[in-house]
Ligand binder design. Sequence first.
Ligand code: RFL
Length: 383
Amino acid sequence: AQVGVAIVGAGPAGLVLANLLLDQGIDCVVLERRERAAVESRARAGFLAATAVETLTRNGLGDGLLARGRTHRTCLFRGERGEFTLDYSRAGRREPHTVYPQQELVRDLLTAYLRRGGDLRFGARVTRVTPGLVRLHDGDEVRARYVAGCDGHRGATRAALTARGTRTARWDHGVTWLAVLAAAGPSMAAVGYALHERGFAGHMARTDTVTRYYLQVPRGTDPADWSDDRIWTELALRMRAAEHGPLRPGAVLERTVVDLRCDVLERPGAGRLWLAGDAAGLISPSAAKGANLAVVQAATLAPALAAALAHGDSKGLDRYAEDCLPRVWRAHEFSHWMSGLLHGPAGHGPEARYGRALQYARLESLRTSRAHQDHFAENYTGV
Ligand code: RFL
């Protein structure tokens, strides 16, 4: 038997696509290498832009985020010259963010898909993709008219596409973050970005009881070297808690390192294989765009695949790259700028002094220029 679409990966991209294809009456199967509990508990992103929220709610997938998500309107910057709060919901397109943990979104999408009879196989690791055929680790095979690669950055589908000559554009910021998830309520009202000569520190509220923090650390850092105490001491120092008030401590639930790297496939698909989300391109987490791009790309791919399957109309697929890439590159451009704002060079030499002075010039421009605030807001909340 052959399905219409075999979707590899049950992350935000794969599950949005699966739900939308089901709506269109397209038969599909989702193949996910992990077990359900692991998929539903993986904490990563938290910030959903208005476009992603609108895409989800318009397709009947937004009940959870509307009920339990929180609205964020401001972010705060700290540095050696004090702090300031930017109300981005009053600038640019005047859009707030919705803070909703990625694992909750994934749980909602999974539940919606399975409740409507969607086919999904957990513990199904795809090892090889050839046109129309997906091979699993246990030797099983799935035949499909189209394969949708939604298996993230290290998945199997990207390799299948690049092997056919699709080129990649790539950047390494040379920066690494220790990403910490703490069993603690938020320490400040908003997202906080702290510039410090010891390195960047970030605070991202998630829920009343869980907060994400980031610490810039050297490449190659072993997270096990960072005890709870060391994390809280370093965070307090970089976030200048002595000046601005203490952080709310709690047990560290998770510590992982993330290298700030990016890449974009020049063509996110061809023939019978189409990619969305991190599989099509990885964006550094500095501007929290990854999950948003995944949702929006999947929503662009769904009608294109449906038209190709239902009416043999491939115009949407032919246009898929053009429809996605300008948005993707704009997100990368902003993310790149954000990374330059947050990370100064290490050391004390003339170049380090120059780089840090630039960081503060950028921050000062953002603090004082209404035009800059509008531009920031448009990009910060946009996808
Ligand atoms: P995912 O979420 O990685 O899902 C891919 C799924 O595919 C499965 N898979 C396979 N299945 C079968 N066979 C194979 N061979 C397979 N290989 C992989 C995996 O098990 C998984 O279930 O990709 P997707 O759907 O493209 O979604 C992308 C987002 O998850 C990602 O961009 C974001 O999490 C990035 N990100 C953030 N994005 C935001 O928009 N806002 C944020 O605040 C934000 N914070 C973050 C982040 C990513 C982080 N990390 C861990 C890199 C914070 C962190 C710390």
